[in-house]
Design a protein around this ligand. Sequence first.
Ligand code: ARG
Length: 591
Amino acid sequence: MASVNSLASTLQQQLADALTAALPDAGTADPLLRRSDRADFQANGILALAKKLKGNPRELASQVTAAIPAGDLIKEIEVSGPGFLNITLGDKAIIETLAARAADDAGRLGVPYAQNAGTTVVDYAQPNVAKEMHVGHLRSAVIGAAMVEVLEFTGESVVRRHHIGDWGTQFGMLIQYLIEHPQELDHRGGEEQDGEAAMSSLNRLYKASRALFDSDEEFKARSRDRVVALQAGDEETVTLWQRFVDESKIYFYSVFNKLDMEIRDPDIVGESGYNDMLEETCRILEETGVAVRSEGALCVFFDDVKGPDGNPVPLIVKKTNGGYGYAATDLSAIRDRVQNLKASTLLYVVDARQSLHFKMVFETARRAGWLNEDVKAHQLAFGTVLGKDGKPFKTREGETVRLVDLLDEAIERATAVVREKAEKVGLTEQEIVENGEYVGIGAVKYADLSTSAVRDYKFDLDQMVSLNGDTSVYLQYAYARIKSILRKAGETRPVAHPELQLAPAERALGLHLDQFGENLAEVASTYEPHKLAAYLYQLASLYTTFYDQCHVLSDDNPAEVVENRLFLCDLTARTLHQGMALLGIRTPERL
Ligand code: ARG
């Protein structure tokens, strides 16, 4: 027993069949089934169909109703208004379906695998070497990781790619500076350094070399030569470059670790990873006429991309001086992902401010035939993180906020919230510390995931760790409360009883639980993880209503009612746990 059809999909099928039976000439018609306040569902599709066939919609609706097979699924179906169908499902069908979900021995709550699964390469969590990470890198990591999990859960093969910025002119400057100031090398610890120390020494070096680069023309010239040496693979240069990369990785890993996120080394394939392909990429583009020479550079032009002066702005794949930039690397990465990794979809979780770049890169790849009907590319573009004042998030001094400081503050605030309730729950000091991390990191991730990605959002820690409202803490508490009820129930186990009549709050909760798989399928196909957050928030809200209206462990309840309500509690907890895990958020058992 594995995957379970949702009630909505079974109903949809029955209605579609009934429509075909009532109207054999209509072909396949969509009954347009929606959740409704009046009944469980409303079908609105008959109206349009009757209009098309010039029939009477109410009559047609009655015919459809008559053609629906008898069974437990539908308790009541009535024609309303000009020709809608209001449908109420049977309590038995609801509990039986949920019981099948709970019994799924694959532990997937009955969620089916997608039928047309392919391979998606997800490009996310891509910070830059020798530079501090900022909140934008946090967004890419959090949103990307959630998409990876959801896609994998629905059966897609996923290849993760962290396209880190580890190539380009700034390395000439950094390496040249190191060569000319060998004493800098000595007090650089290497392996045994922690992430913070690694970053601060890189920062110092970056600032010093930048200052020299801006003030000393001869140093600038030597730095440029150094880039050429790097790209040509000169041994000494490459060794020093590798040190920068390794040291930066120590720092990246320390941040990702704090974010409770697993990043694997083989998945880090930065810009440098495509160095060997750049020349060939340009040659193909030039030979096929996709790119043309313009003022010494190799360029791709687009009808609809123009600068403020009305002149076309090209995508430059090779600069006049022979150097390759961001576009050449991305185009080569596409070739690699399509031809070697056999991707059917390329997903880029990148700041919306790079949308023009990707628009031009994708269009170029389509012209070259690397992207086509079978291989699609999509940018999951995200907005800017704003401070409380509504301006891009900066420190008071106007500098980029250090991610680690931000995460530490979130954990600190969350720990205070956890501590306040800790005594009542009887948490040990160790549990308080651990939960503080789960709640703090969860709060940051959830705030990022719960609004549509493309919108800017305000980074407001007070709001993020609030117990009321659409926050991860609210969901985590809902989960912990359910777990505490299940513990209190002791010997009494959750058991589904399809013969029972359900209260309205039980039905509402049950119908929402049944929608989990459909929600995930939608998130996977629209790349909108905020819809999963919204689903979970609604689940917790429906659970709260259920809990207020239906006593679970009451001595007044017959034993079957207690068991059945425990069953709803248990399935809610499992669904919350699974959904939160897909978002990368932990759900402590006691909170
Ligand atoms: N490293 C880039 C940045 O910090 C993001 C890379 C996005 N991915 C890509 N394939 N271009 O802005």
